[in-house]
Design a protein around this ligand. Structure first.
Ligand code: SF4
Length: 277
């Protein structure tokens, strides 16, 4: 059975970046070539998740690094086209070495022998009253003996410059804080992002105002998404990020032709049918 339409932090981020990008990803579900950076993120996340299957004393940096390559081979078996990410064996070896370095950095930030996560890669869903269904996957949830909740997210990139970045990361963490607070009837005490490229850490202690603001922001984004869907019009929003967009060939900003909109696909993805359809 298809899942009902929902909003995740990355979908909301796509729409804020560019409504047409959002449409191509969420409504048209156009295929995108996997990137080496994103795949490294998936791989390192999988290793860190499984690390906690080991008894605490065996959670060493060597044990994590030893699991990287077998995990990569398992990913390749499921998705053989990932082999195209690397031009040759030495490029693949350098990429795996980057992955091992990320894992070593993780151990500088935390001691997994002292942690017993309450949730790993936890799928969460929350229906906002008179609003969207919120959905996401939380890398890790820790619960202290006194019941305090900590939400942890791993990033394989570097710490964003607070002058220009962080907005996306803060949005994502506050989004999860709202969802966890409603699901567990307790506000998370700490939201923690760990940046495994340079060992940076971003911590947020969410307040009631933060939660109220993020709920308001999410409702506004959802209202804009449904308005675009009803109008059958997803505008372009050109920015420096267009350089990383997979859809320039279908984007009028770059001389491409916008693909015709399929009203059924809009309804399936967003639960709203364009008024013109
Ligand atoms: S190239 Fe830029 S403007 Fe065009 S769809 Fe992608 S993000 Fe939007």
């Amino acid at each position: 059975m298809p899942r009902p339409p929902a909003l995740s932090p990355s979908r909301a981020g796509d729409f804020q970046q560019c409504p047409l990008l959002f449409r191509y990803r969420t409504v048209d579900r156009l295929p995108e070539a996997p990137s080496a950076a994103a795949t490294l993120g998936t791989l390192v996340h999988a290793v860190l998740e499984k690390l906690y299957d080991l008894p605490p004393r065996e959670r060493t940096v060597g044990a994590a690094q030893d699991r990287l390559e077998p995990q990569w081979r398992a990913m390749l078996e499921k998705q053989p086209d990932l082999a195209e990410l690397h031009a040759d064996a030495s490029a693949e070896a350098a990429w795996l070495a980057d992955g091992r370095a990320r894992l070593a950095t993780y151990f500088e930030l935390e001691n997994p022998q002292r942690l017993e996560p309450a949730g790993r890669e936890e799928f969460v869903e929350l229906q906002l009253e008179d609003g969207p269904l919120l959905r996401g996957i939380i890398d890790r949830i820790d619960i202290a003996p006194d019941g305090s909740i900590r939400i942890v997210d791993y990033k394989t990139g570097k710490t964003p410059d607070p002058r220009y970045g962080e907005k996306k990361e803060r949005f994502q963490m506050r989004f999860y804080a709202l969802v966890v607070e409603r699901l567990r009837a307790r506000r998370p005490a700490l939201l923690q992002l760990l940046f495994l490229k340079d060992g940076g850490r971003l911590e947020i202690r969410p307040t009631g105002d933060d939660i109220a603001r993020i709920e308001h922001e999410i409702r506004e984004i959802w209202a804009e998404i449904t308005a675009a869907a009803e109008a059958g019009r997803f505008r372009t929003r050109r920015s420096a990020l267009c350089g990383w967009c997979s859809f320039q060939a279908q984007c009028p900003e770059f001389g491409g032709t916008e693909l015709p909109l399929d009203p059924d696909a809009v309804e399936r993805a967003l639960g709203v049918r364009p008024a013109t359809a």
